[in-house]
Design a protein around this ligand. Structure first.
Ligand SMILES: Nc1ncnc2c1ncn2[C@@H]1O[C@H](COP(=O)(O)OP(=O)(O)OP(=O)(O)O)[C@@H](O)[C@H]1O
Ligand SMILES: [Mg+2]
Length: 308
């Protein structure tokens, strides 16, 4: 078999019959980076078993902003898929009733987050393997039922998601959570679960006000959950031809400094990819959109050599 290093792209020809069944990580002889491999000799029977339990906390990142249409789902999907391409095991959790994350990946899960959290179905029945190293707990209309369950709890409703996801998330290196626009009990649940917040801010429309409002709501959760913090502000829909776009970017950088990531440019390929059920790396790997999302993965993993 041929194993391609996700860091330096060096191709290694390996005699797979000599690969011990328990090997899940290998070191690249060329760039010396350690990365995960899918071992064909491992006994794999279900998506849950395809992941190894390493008993360390994953990085848990929510992609969220109350304002709609700023690129949350696009970012959650391409962040999760990009991390998986980079060699990490990733769980993408869709907490939006629109269920767009699955659609963007071209999958139609029969069940998802609601059934898993409500103990109606097992993890194997709800978690779908969407790509190599990428698993999805789908959202959709059934989440309305989950919201009602959360609302009905007299005590501890805000911990519902955390209590359940914490039982399985150590199988992953990253958990990426897509959220719906607005502010509701499910988003509060997400903020009690994750540690890192990534907020996309559209440079196309004036959303700084939306960001300020969101940060106020977030600080009310931070009073009770000191672990959650705004880590990344991701400017989206950047169009250099539009003066206002650069104006908002400059303002963001003045206010939030190092938290501001390199912007995702406005790129029509990004909006075309979902109709084909493809990520931007699959649909248009050489496009500005793919380049920008790779850049985001480099920042988040703190690995400037990734994909180079
Ligand atoms: N950088 C971009 N360039 C061009 N189109 C984009 C870009 N980012 C996202 N889009 C498109 O903009 C639309 C809104 O994006 P997306 O669904 O990711 O936003 P959202 O914040 O998740 O929306 P909602 O709040 O409704 O969940 C989609 O059609 C998407 O394909
Ligand atoms: Mg969305």
């Amino acid at each position: 078999m041929v194993i391609i290093c996700p860091h330096c792209q060096h191709e290694h020809v390996v005699d797979e019959s000599r690969l011990p069944a328990n090997v899940t990580k290998v070191r690249c002889k060329s760039c010396k980076e350690l990365f995960d491999i899918v071992n064909p000799n491992a006994a794999v029977t279900s998506p849950a078993e395809a992941t190894t339990v390493n008993n360390t906390e994953p990085r848990k990142i929510a992609v969220t902003l109350s304002k709609g249409g700023v690129g949350k789902t696009t970012t959650a999907v391409n962040l999760a898929a990009g991390l998986a391409l980079a060699g990490y095991k990733v769980l993408l959790v869709d907490t939006d009733t629109q269920g767009q994350s699955s659609f963007m990946l071209g999958i139609k899960p029969k069940a998802g987050l609601t059934e898993f959290v409500n103990d109606e179905l097992s993890l194997d029945e709800t978690m779908v393997k969407a790509r190599e190293r990428l698993w999805v707990l789908g959202g959709g209309r059934t989440l309305a039922g989950l919201k009602r369950v959360i609302d009905r709890k007299d005590f501890g409703g805000e911990m519902t998601l955390k209590e359940k996801l914490s039982t399985i998330d150590k199988q992953f290196d990253y958990v990426v959570v897509d959220t719906s626009p607005g502010w509701d009990p499910l988003i509060v649940n997400v903020l009690f679960y994750v540690k890192e917040i990534l907020t996309p801010v559209s440079l196309e429309v004036m959303t700084l006000q939306g960001l300020v409002e969101f940060l106020k709501s977030m600080s009310s959760v931070q009073k009770y959950n000191k672990d959650v913090a705004l880590k990344y502000i991701l400017p989206t829909f950047h169009d250099q031809r539009v003066k206002k776009s650069d104006g908002i970017l400059t303002k963001l950088e003045e206010l939030y400094g190092n938290h501001v990531c390199t912007p995702i440019r406005y790129n029509v390929r990004i909006s075309e990819a979902p109709a084909y059920g493809q990520t931007i790396y699959e649909f248009a790997p050489g496009s500005p959109g793919a380049q920008d999302y790779r850049d985001l993965i480099r920042k988040i993993t703190n690995n400037p050599k990734l994909f180079t």
